[in-house]
Design a protein around this ligand. Structure first.
Ligand SMILES: Nc1ncnc2c1ncn2[C@@H]1O[C@H](COP(=O)(O)OP(=O)(O)OP(=O)(O)O)[C@@H](O)[C@H]1O
Length: 304
């Protein structure tokens, strides 16, 4: 991995930040919608940093039961609580000499936030049931897809911890904010899938690229990757047409700039609907007069 893939200005700026932050050892707070690549970015910073030979330890604060998160992070001694049948080395200690990545930091319970803040200030870890502290040398990178401002306003996230983590802030833009990257990413995922599946060459049709560019991508890059995986399975022939993408084109076409609607796609929809203009317009979620206007504008020759 050399940087986040993409050709947009936004990703260029993000990649520059990644290199600058990798050269430092301060805490980083990565913000961005789900699936934009926050974990990937954290790994990348670790790999580019002086800590790359140390471990990269990832913990998703949202997927560990709240009652266990403290002992998972800080560790515990045998007998520290009911069920602690043996000593447990916590994630923080395991990250010694490397990077600790705290994903979904907004889900961390308040009392554990206090202990984390203490660790960041002192670099000392006190495992549950132990009578001594251990010093741990690790860099902390945290990530969230929640608006921490709102959590702080509600008293669910400590302001002092926010400032302690937000030394180096990084916001990864959503795919909607960098549509020029969609085609590049889609083709790169397609190449990877073809290599994995051993399928013969497949390309995305212009109409499919138009559909991809206009989809709102609530699941961002993760969603795009899965759409391409599905298309490789569903495509018949050597070209991926919009139907194989399996995304809800009906609602996307409402927001599409009709100037950019691929004429080939309109033609195909009309052919698929046996030249029934009412059904084709309904499928595209546009009115019949709009469909006729598009046919005229794109000079489509429809010989039924
Ligand atoms: N720039 C990129 N190039 C290629 N693949 C990417 C890129 N960014 C993200 N991905 C892929 O997209 C998927 C989601 O990325 P990742 O898990 O890093 O997102 P996230 O923002 O941490 O998601 P969440 O908020 O759900 O934790 C992964 O499979 C990752 O490999």
């Amino acid at each position: 991995m050399t940087g986040l893939s993409g050709v947009s200005k936004a990703i260029d700026i993000t990649n520059k930040r990644i290199s600058q932050y990798a050269a430092s050892d301060s805490e980083i707070l990565i913000q961005g919608e789900t699936g934009v690549g926050k974990s990937r970015c954290a790994k990348l910073i670790h790999q580019l940093s002086l800590r790359s030979k140390g471990p990269f330890v990832e913990i998703n604060c949202g997927s560990i039961p709240r009652s266990l998160i403290e002992s998972e992070l800080f560790g515990h001694e045998k007998g520290a609580f009911t069920g602690a049948v043996k000593n447990h080395v916590g994630f923080i200690k395991r990250a010694n000499t490397g990077t600790l990545f705290l994903d979904e930091i907004g889900d961390m319970p308040l009392e554990v936030q206090g202990h984390l803040l203490h660790f960041l200030e002192s670099k000392e870890v006190h495992s549950l049931g132990s009578d001594c502290n251990d010093t741990v040398d690790c860099r902390v990178i945290a990530a969230t897809n929640e608006a921490l401002d709102a959590l702080m306003a509600n008293g669910d996230f400590r302001q002092d911890l926010f400032y302690r983590l937000n030394v180096l802030p990084l916001t990864i833009p959503s795919l909607r904010e960098r549509t020029v990257d969609i085609e590049v990413l889609a083709n790169s995922f397609l190449e990877q899938e073809l290599l994995k599946s051993g399928r013969e060459a497949l390309t995305l049709s212009d109409a499919s690229i138009t559909v991809l560019k206009h989809h709102p991508w609530p699941g961002n890059i993760r969603e795009l990757k899965n759409v391409i995986k599905r298309a490789v399975v569903l495509a018949t022939g050597s070209v991926i047409e919009p139907e194989a993408l399996g995304i809800d084109m009906v609602c996307d076409f409402r927001t599409v700039d009709h100037n950019q609607l691929a004429s080939k796609h309109i033609e195909k929809v009309i052919r698929d609907h046996k030249y029934n203009m009412t059904a084709s317009a309904r499928y595209l979620n546009i009115s019949r007069p709009t469909l006729y206007r598009l046919i005229k504008k794109h000079k489509l020759e429809l010989d039924s």
